[in-house]
Design a protein around this ligand. Structure first.
Ligand code: P6P
Length: 346
């Protein structure tokens, strides 16, 4: 295991040695990490904390909120609003952006998060997680601190300055990138501190494991059906090898497995809601996960283009997601482009 290095030391070294992050960004990440520690305490209480079940409210996505969704959202807002490092926040659980109140100093950064991803798993004690992404507020004129608005958030994922998630599973693990590879920190509950347990994470380019919700198969587009059919044909099929399948229905858990041992994760467009590009959200799910996967040597597309190059049109924009082992993502993306070419020629 890597020498016992704390999250604080890792971030200080990223700031001082590598000059990669300024002090305000280091502070932001530490505050988010502390909020995740607080969320893990609530998650771990389960039924003892009277926090399971529905909050009897709906979020902007039209999804019924769990009590823990609301709690996690409040923890992240309260932890981050006073520090002076943020201009505003955006969350899967809030219709519009949350501008830092005037009673607090404002900073340069924009924080987006899915406070508790995988909510359907909360009541059945399966891993869930918090996903976060950080952008810098773009200024035409850096001398003017203009008021922040939703348009400030609509930047492509390649503009992120930090991204990560915390998975609340058998271990509570914080996974982070600031553009210098991917580092994993395990929560030492006795010390209450994050300890570096893996650095420079690398995803194998090839895999024998795919993650997709197979119950949607009849709704998929042809390129996705082609790819999955070939995997299911195993050794006797065109892939010449057998594949395994996993689907936790918690993106954080599925991505963590892929960062740990490889694999390909897919949540593609399907014809049930043809006007929706996909189920997952670009700004606070696909972008942070896409950057983490790329920083670990993998790839992330929407089936046709790099996720991090997509310019968002709205805050809660949805997107199709294919991410993980580079060679598999390139194969799936190639099938989509081949199908588009055939359609164009027809
Ligand atoms: P389904 C959780 O609700 C989520 O947003 C992702 O974490 C997860 O990958 C996906 O939806 C699961 O969707 O349709 O399989 O329940």
């Amino acid at each position: 295991m890597t020498d016992k290095i704390s999250l604080t030391r890792y971030l200080v070294e990223q700031q001082r040695v590598h000059g990669r992050i300024p002090p305000e960004l280091r502070l932001l990440i530490e505050v988010v990490a502390r909020a995740c520690k607080r969320i893990s305490i609530s998650v771990n209480k389960g039924a003892l904390g009277e926090i399971l079940g529905s909050a009897d409210t709906e979020n902007v996505q039209g999804e019924v909120q769990k009590k823990l969704d609301v709690i996690a959202n409040e923890v992240l807002i309260e932890a981050n609003e006073w520090g002076g490092h943020l201009a505003a926040m955006a969350s899967e659980e809030m219709d519009s952006i949350y501008v830092v109140p005037n009673r607090f100093p404002k900073g340069e950064y924009l924080l987006m998060f899915d406070p508790l991803d995988g909510s359907s798993n909360i009541d059945v004690n399966v891993s869930i997680g918090t996903i976060f992404s950080v952008l810098r507020k773009q200024h035409d004129d850096p001398t003017i601190i203009d008021p922040v608005c939703e348009a400030d958030f609509l930047q492509p994922g390649r503009q992120q300055v930090a991204a990560g998630y915390c998975v609340y599973g058998p271990q509570t693990t914080l996974v982070l990138t600031v553009g210098d590879g991917v580092a994993m920190f395990t929560l030492d509950r006795e010390q209450g501190s994050w300890v570096l347990t893996q650095d420079q994470v690398q995803i194998p380019a090839d895999t024998k494991e795919f993650a997709i919700n197979m119950s949607n198969m009849r709704h998929w587009d042809a390129p996705v059906r082609r790819y999955i059919d070939e995997c299911l044909q195993g050794k006797e099929g065109p892939r010449g090898k057998d594949f395994n399948m996993r689907w936790v229905a918690s993106m954080v858990a599925d991505v963590h497995r892929i960062l740990t041992r490889g694999g390909v994760f897919m949540y593609p467009w399907d014809k049930r809601e043809p006007d929706k590009p996909g189920k997952l959200r670009l700004m606070y799910e696909a972008n942070p996960m896409g950057w983490l996967v790329e920083q670990a040597g993998g790839a992330a597309t929407n089936g046709r283009q790099r996720i991090l190059d997509i310019v968002p049109g709205k805050l809660h924009e949805r997107v199709s997601v294919v991410l993980g082992s580079r060679n598999e993502v390139e194969r799936v993306t190639g099938y989509h482009l081949e199908a588009d070419e055939a359609t164009a020629k027809a």
